[in-house]
Design a protein around this ligand. Structure first.
Ligand code: HDE
Length: 486
């Protein structure tokens, strides 16, 4: 070991004699192809980027733990929610939605709030946002919706006409549009925002009894938002402001924490509740289903390496543990396919073998081979099932809970189309200052829309949510409320 440092080596572990000079034929001769160290450095450098996430590309992550403060075993057998004091390690990744990997943190956008619990029964991923709802409620519309949030294929610029054309033709988006254009569309930091599972999920207890559940992570630091002009300035001065804030807070021992609460809906209520509980554009009134405290999530460790732990992290709503099951929410159903598919494409077939994704629980299955199979690939153990050689067998007690399905197979729309009550309730919940900021933001966002018919169609939705809401936007855009909607 020269002067106490480790040898510099090639990727194959061979010591490198010279990292300053390429090998040439004579001091001024051509570079020799036999300079393997040079070739390897250049070739690996060309391959450093993996595809960024198609949405939620810009993000920041942290490690921590979840600790139960209120035993949930009456509702779910999921061990991470059972027993006061039960502690489970977890990893979270926060993110914006529409921007690319190098885009600014302080843009108006929902924020991803993706939590991976490394439970003793396998990983559990709760892949939510900082909003309890979403713009659409059928997965089939997601690629189109995201196209309008990304760059125009011709100009390569953001296109407000596309954004508002899609939203004005998809009235189910009104609730989340109101949320996004309000103060919570610009969180002051990643620490000062709440997180939500957004969807309805199913919890099942040891007796096989099921309830419906919605998750709410309430920031102990409180919710704080940023004014549009500060957000705009930061987007230029320090595009990584949120990333830096989270890293420094944890580095300085100022560990952010969230109180996890749930809303519990009795299984049968789903058939009679006044809103479709599986429609992710709608919330459940807290009066109807009050928040119940479950535990506390604390972030107390920064990643050692961003690429290894944040860029390569793979979350999926389909990654569930016994006691947690899917609801028929069409968005959740679509996501259960899409995420694991995205991971196999973006990170690789064996993404679950990477340290950040690898479960703490033992993995025993017959999945073999595939690119970058970095473990023992099952060694010489049984590689098919059923088998007579003691290979792992299924455990019937962990079967998913059977449930009734009714109706005919068809491409059916949701039964309920009231997209205005809850959006109007949200507007009416706001203070006058919040409403003024909301109106100013929407007017500013809609002004560049090229087509007046799109503006008028969207104004009708605001008006149906609340006449004052619609009138204030129309006034800001110097347009009259269409007679047909009055
Ligand atoms: Fe995502 N979403 N999403 N999404 N989403 C992805 O996964 C998708 C939706 C969310 O930090 C992708 O690895 C579909 C709702 C977060 O790694 C992709 C639909 C909510 C993250 C994908 C939705 C989310 C993603 C992009 C409609 C909140 C970042 C690459 C059915 C409840 C997770 C990737 C992380 C990432 C698909 C809608 C949140 C493409 C098909 C609703 C927080 O798989």
């Amino acid at each position: 070991m020269s002067n106490g440092n480790k040898h510099l080596t090639t990727g194959n572990g061979a010591p490198v004699g010279d990292n300053q000079n390429s090998m040439t034929a004579g001091s001024r001769g051509p570079t020799l192809i036999q300079d393997v160290h040079l070739l390897e450095k250049l070739a690996h450098f060309n391959r450093e980027r993996v595809p960024e996430r198609v949405v939620h590309a810009k993000g920041a992550g942290a490690h921590g733990y979840f600790e139960v403060s209120n035993d949930m075993s009456q509702y779910t057998k999921a061990k991470l929610f059972n027993g006061v004091g039960k502690r489970t390690p977890m990893f979270i990744r926060f993110s914006t939605v529409a921007g690319e990997l190098g885009s600014a943190d302080t843009v108006r956008d929902p924020r991803g709030f993706a939590v991976k619990f490394y439970t003793e029964e396998g990983n559990y991923d709760l892949v939510g946002n900082n909003t309890p709802i979403f713009f659409i409620r059928d997965a089939i519309k997601f690629p189109d919706f995201i196209h309008t949030q990304k760059r125009d294929p011709k100009t390569h610029l953001k296109n407000p006409t596309a954004v508002w054309d899609f939203w004005s033709l998809s009235p189910e988006s009104l609730h989340q549009v109101t949320y996004l254009m309000g103060d919570r569309g610009l969180p002051a930091t990643l620490r000062h925002m709440n997180g939500y599972g957004s969807h309805t999920f199913k919890w099942v207890n040891e007796d096989g009894e099921a309830v419906w559940v919605k998750y709410h992570f309430m920031a102990e630091q409180g919710v704080k938002n940023m004014s549009p002009d500060v957000a705009g300035k930061l987007a230029g001065d320090n595009p990584d402001y949120h990333t830096e804030d989270l890293f420094n807070a944890i580095e300085n021992g100022d560990f952010p924490a969230w109180k996890l609460h749930v809303q519990i809906m009795p299984f049968e209520d789903a058939n009679t509740y006044r809103f479709d509980p599986f429609d992710v554009t709608k919330v459940w009134s807290h009066k109807d289903y009050p928040l119940i405290e479950v535990g506390r999530m604390v972030l107390d460790r920064n990643p050692e390496n961003y690429f290894a732990e944040v860029e390569q992290a793979t979350f999926s709503p389909g990654t569930m543990v016994p006691g947690v099951e899917a609801s028929p929410d069409k968005m959740l159903q679509g996501r259960i396919f899409a995420y694991a598919d995205a991971h196999r494409y973006r990170v690789g077939t064996n993404h679950n073998l990477l340290p950040i994704n690898r479960p703490k629980a033992e993995v025993n299955n017959y999945q073999r081979d595939g690119s970058m199979r970095s473990d023992q690939n099952g060694g010489g153990s049984a590689y098919y099932e059923p088998n007579s050689f003691g290979g792992p067998k299924e455990a019937p007690e962990y079967k998913q809970t059977a449930f009734q399905v009714t109706g005919v197979a068809e491409q059916a729309a949701y039964d309920q189309d009231d997209h205005y009550t809850q959006a109007g309730d949200l507007y009416r919940l706001m203070t006058e200052e919040e409403r003024s900021r909301l109106v100013a933001t929407i007017v500013g966002a809609m002004k560049p829309v090229e087509r007046e018919d799109i503006k008028l169609r969207q104004i009708q939705h605001f008006y149906k949510a609340d006449p004052e809401y619609g009138e204030r936007i129309a006034k800001g855009l110097n347009l009259a409320i269409p007679q047909e909607v009055k």
